[in-house]
Design a protein around this ligand. Sequence first.
Ligand code: GLY
Length: 346
Amino acid sequence: MKRRSFLKSSALAGFSMPFIHKLSFASTTGKAAGPLVISSANGLRATAKAMEMIKGGADALDAVIAGVNIVEEDPNDHSVGYGGLPNEEGVVELDSCVMHGPTHNAGSVAALRNIKNPSKVARLVMERTDHELLVGEGALRFAKAHGFKEEDLLTDEARKVWLHWKETLSETDDWFPEDNPDIPANYKELTKTTGTITCLGIDLNGNISGVTTTSGLAFKIPGRVGDSPIIGAGLYVDNEVGACGSTGRGEENLKNLSCFLTVELMRNGYSPQEACMETARRIIKHAKIPSLHRADGRPNFNVRFYALNKKGEFGAASVYGPTKFSVHDGKENKWHQGGGVLKYKK
Ligand code: GLY
């Protein structure tokens, strides 16, 4: 079947259900136990929104995207969408991907400027093109072709954080910092971390989907792309096994295709929690180059994994834990505590 006509028919509500049920029947694992939505620590509003939609009968992909859109549009989350910290030139560049379990289809955008909901554009790449990933200028033009309006994503607070970073980079350049800069109290924490939100869901039909979206590394080199738009790195879904999403240092995730690894570990019998721990251990083992080490030899970065499986089990783990994460199990929406391979120490 031609992809175009397949997409057209699969877009009709309900098509995926009988198709997936048939597939699930053929598998040994059967239909996933839902509803369930999990997300990173900054995703409690996302899990609430996604669960509300899932309970109303929404497909998991619609639900998780609507969930993360809340955080993308929040100027106070400096790691995602509008209000995200910019690149070294003061321009916000966003990365995102979506993956739909029932069709095993995916779409991504990277280094997208001026559009505050990259996850919506990633979804359109999946549904309205024959491609998987669009970047930079091409991604922006594609978004505009679909009616997205350009807007300045740099909030005043994010601009002040960036300006302070720029003005304190060197003692010998021509930029002088203010004596009492008007920057958030958690400036250091803000500028060292890669935030990101990931959200994974199982809907009432037992189908699994996920989304990851980020403004990436603060003050990155323009054009830097992290793990968040890369399927297998920042997100992976296998409708017959489960899903994994990730936040934290994208470079290490890219080198390990960590979300794909986590799902494969679950396929081989690991629980979501054990799979996330094992992936974090693998990341640490592979972090061999000196630039990734603190003076005491431990990693100088963090990466966090969040996973769920078809049985409706979930877990999370990081290089440095414990890992706070958001879970809506259909009854309660709250933070849970996952594992960590290492504990922070000064
Ligand atoms: N995980 C987000 C990034 O590294 O861009």
